[in-house]
Design a protein around this ligand. Structure first.
Ligand code: ZN
Length: 407
């Protein structure tokens, strides 16, 4: 009866066995690895700012001494879950590891492939290993102070989704506590929606990241359930490509990817994570990157009261309640951010195909978007909305005609 389960378990055992073998092989075959073994440091109890060559945290602790970050050591108390350990996720995990994050949870069902070698982080000898286990091995070597928890599964299946929710709620540094932040580094809509659903239900703050299929634009986005727009509130925001769409979709051509764009997006993501966790600088709600023009549009979008996700609507009610009780601060300054670039020496224009006026009745739930940002797809205008527009026009025309008659 339980043969499938048994086989799955056996496969897992054999995979682990294979990892151990490959690791041993690596350690024996290369003198460089022997050196890594030799320099592999013991765990460090307390971060120090002492400027000695043997201190891996001196440069990070200098942030505190220079007054950029008030309490850098606090980083060790945080847990971050990274969903998707591919082009962006693996680099994100590495950056957080090097920064000395307390705990990392890694979720991915994929294996390392040679086709991924145009990207950073993974190495050819890891081909065939699961991404999470290969990543854990490398990251543990880089910083043994970080606690790792890996899950080699697809979060979108029902059983795994339940487990994923449980680990987000209880997988903090101290078991039973929720994680501090969830990072979405996945490459498909289904997985993003799964993260969105989980975080809405749990009221879990998360950050989303994405890179376009043509590899020349990307974005990061902070989603605070109840405050900012979730993935069910409005079509996902993407950076306007300004490239003929016909050149993008050709049969037999896979998605493009560049280590540069992925590295930039991972950098933007982790920068936002550090600012959010360590409370310095301005945390971005949405930051885009257009590699063709070197343009970084930013914006903030509030949650939609008509969101299809009931947990999002519940979070909105709770957020409004909390906002009423607390003195005004957070969102006000964000609205000023609508002005994207003051300087435009080269006269670069990012022109939308539709005017703002046309956009409004076409998609009522999507607010004004600053230059350079567009939606991944548009929701067809509702019939009632269309009717209203026609009525308004007729009325004003009648008014005009009445006025003309009087003349
Ligand atoms: Zn929503």
């Amino acid at each position: 009866m339980s043969t499938v389960e048994e086989l799955k378990l056996r496969v897992r055992e054999l995979e682990n066995e294979l990892i151990k073998c490959k690791q041993k092989q690596q350690q024996c075959s290369s003198s460089e690895d022997a050196l890594i073994q030799a320099t592999n440091r013991p765990k460090i109890d307390k971060m120090s700012a002492e400027v000695v060559d043997s201190n891996p945290y001196s440069r990070l602790m200098a942030l505190k001494r220079m007054g950029i970050v008030e309490d850098y050591e606090k980083i060790r108390t945080f847990t971050v879950a990274v969903v998707g350990v591919g082009g962006v996720g693996s680099v994100t995990a590495e950056m957080l590891t090097r920064c000395g994050i307390g705990k990392l949870l890694l979720f991915d069902y994929d294996k390392v492939e040679l086709a991924n070698m145009n990207r950073l982080f993974f190495q050819p000898h890891q081909a065939g290993l699961s991404k999470v286990e290969a990543a854990e091995h490398t990251l543990r070597n880089i910083n043994p102070d970080v606690v790792f928890e890996t899950h080699n599964y697809n979060i979108t299946t029902m059983q795994n989704f339940t487990h994923f929710m449980d680990r987000i709620s209880n997988g903090g540094l101290e078991e039973g506590n929720p994680v501090d932040l969830v990072l979405s580094c996945v490459d498909n809509f289904e997985a993003r929606m799964a993260i969105n659903t989980a975080c809405n239900e749990l009221g879990q703050i998360w950050m989303e990241s994405g890179v376009s299929e043509n590899a020349v634009s990307g974005h990061i986005q902070l989603i605070n359930p109840g405050e900012t727009a979730c993935f069910a509130c409005a079509p996902p925001l993407v950076v306007a490509a300004n490239i003929d769409e016909k050149t993008l979709k050709r049969e037999g051509v896979c998605a493009a990817s560049l280590p540069t764009t992925m590295g930039v997006v991972a950098g933007l993501l982790v920068q936002n994570v550090l600012k959010y966790l360590l409370k310095f600088g301005k945390v971005s709600y949405y930051l885009g990157y257009n590699a063709m023009q070197d343009f970084f549009p930013s914006m903030a979008m509030k949650a939609n009261p008509q969101c299809h996700d009931r947990h999002c609507r519940r979070q909105q009610e709770e957020y409004t309640k909390k906002e009423m009780e607390r003195p005004k601060e957070v969102f006000v300054q964000e609205e000023e951010e609508e002005i994207v670039h003051e300087e435009n020496d080269w006269g670069i224009e990012l022109v939308s195909e539709v005017t703002d006026e046309e956009l409004q009745p076409a998609s009522g739930t999507v607010p004004d978007l600053p230059e350079g940002i567009t939606v991944a797809y548009t929701i067809p205008a509702e019939e009632s909305a269309g009717g209203e527009v026609v009525e308004e026009t007729e009325q004003s025309l009648e008014d005009l005609m009445a006025q003309m008659k009087k003349l």
